[in-house]
Design a protein around this ligand. Structure first.
Ligand SMILES: [Zn+2]
Length: 280
C-alpha cells in the first residue's frame, strides 16, 4: 500500500510516512488517500479516502463509506494505469494512478458442448440476449452496504476446473473469455454465500447459464452463481456468509456438474480468485 499525501505532508520525514503507511486502515489518519501501487488485471481494488471525499473513476462517482472506503474493479483487458480522482471535503484534489500488471490468458478448449448453445438459432439468440439484459440490469445497483470489504470464503469446496479470464473455444469456435471460476462438485452440493449480500436476481433455467443467482455485496460488487440445480433463496433476501443459496448442477451450457462463480464491479468482470486471496 502507498500513502499518497498532500504536498505539505510530503515535507515530512520519509520514515514517518513509512510508519503511517504501515498502520492498519482503521487507525489511519483521516486525510490520507491510500490505494495499492499496483494491482493485477481482474482485481477488486479497495481504497481509503478521507470520509466525505468525492471519488471518480471511469466516468463513475464511487460511493464512499462512513469510514472512507471505496471499491472499484479492474477488467481482464485493462492496461492501466487505473486513474482515480479524489476531491477531499476541503476541496483539494488528489489524482491517483494505479499500475496494472498484465496476466497471461491461456486458451481453454471446451468440447462436447451442445451445438445449439454455441451456434444458437435466431429465436434462441433472442432469448439469450433478453436473459442477459435482465442479469445486466441487476448489476447496475449501487447499494450502500459494504459487504464486499470482508474476507470472502469459497462457496463450494472442490477442484477448480476453469479459471477466470481464459480465452475459450467451444467446439472449435472462439467464444467470450471465461468470466468466473469453475469449481467441480457433484450435483446437489450446497453452495454457500462467499460473503453477505442481498439476492438481486434468481431464475431457475436461463438458456446459457441455467439456474442463475445474483448476490449483491454493495458498492456495485456482486457475485453470480450459474448452472445451479436448485435455488433456496429469493430476490430481496438478505443472506449471511456461509448461508446455503442452493445447490450445484449442470443446467444451461455445461458439460458436467460444477459451480460457475463470477464476480463483477457493475459491468466489469473481476476474478473471484483474487478476491479470495485478499483474505488473511
Ligand atoms: Zn464457468
Amino acid at each position: 500500500m502507498r500513502a499518497a499525501s498532500r504536498p505539505h505532508a510530503r515535507r515530512c520525514a520519509g520514515a514517518l510516512l513509512g510508519v503511517l503507511a504501515a498502520l492498519p486502515l482503521a487507525g489511519a489518519a483521516d486525510d490520507r488517500v491510500v490505494f495499492p501501487d499496483r494491482v493485477q488485471q481482474g482485481a477488486m481494488v479497495i481504497g481509503k479516502v478521507p470520509p466525505g471525499s468525492q471519488v471518480t473513476h471511469a466516468g463513475r462517482t464511487l460511493r464512499v463509506t462512513g469510514y472512507g472506503s471505496v471499491v472499484l474493479g479492474v477488467g481482464r483487458d485493462e492496461a492501466g494505469p487505473v486513474q482515480v480522482s479524489v476531491t477531499r471535503p476541503d476541496g483539494s484534489r488528489e489524482p491517483v494512478a494505479i499500475q496494472v500488471l498484465a496476466r497471461d490468458w491461456p486458451v481453454q478448449r471446451v468440447d462436447g458442448v451442445p451445438p445449439a448453445t454455441v451456434d444458437p438459432p435466431p429465436a434462441v439468440a433472442e432469448r439469450i440476449r433478453r436473459e442477459q439484459a435482465q442479469v445486466s440490469a441487476a448489476r447496475v445497483r449501487d447499494d450502500a452496504r459494504a459487504d464486499f470489504a470482508q474476507p470472502f470464503i469459497r462457496p463450494v469446496e472442490g477442484r477448480i476446473s476453469g479459471r477466470f479470464g481464459r480465452a475459450r473455444v467451444y467446439n472449435g469456435k472462439p467464444g467470450s473469455p471465461h468470466s468466473g471460476m469453475d469449481i467441480a462438485a457433484p450435483t446437489g452440493t450446497p453452495i454457500r454465500a462467499p460473503a453477505p449480500g442481498i439476492v438481486t436476481f434468481a431464475a431457475p433455467d436461463l438458456y446459457l447459464t441455467g439456474g442463475t443467482l445474483l448476490l449483491d455485496h454493495g458498492h456495485g460488487i456482486s457475485s453470480n452463481f450459474l448452472h445451479m440445480s436448485r435455488i433456496d433463496v429469493a430476490v430481496g433476501d438478505r443472506v449471511e456468509q456461509g448461508q446455503v443459496l442452493g445447490a450445484v448442477g449442470a443446467t444451461g451450457r455445461a458439460t458436467g456438474p460444477h459451480l460457475h462463480w463470477g464476480m463483477s464491479w457493475f459491468d466489469v468482470r473481476i476474478d473471484p480468485q483474487l478476491v479470495l486471496e485478499r483474505a488473511p
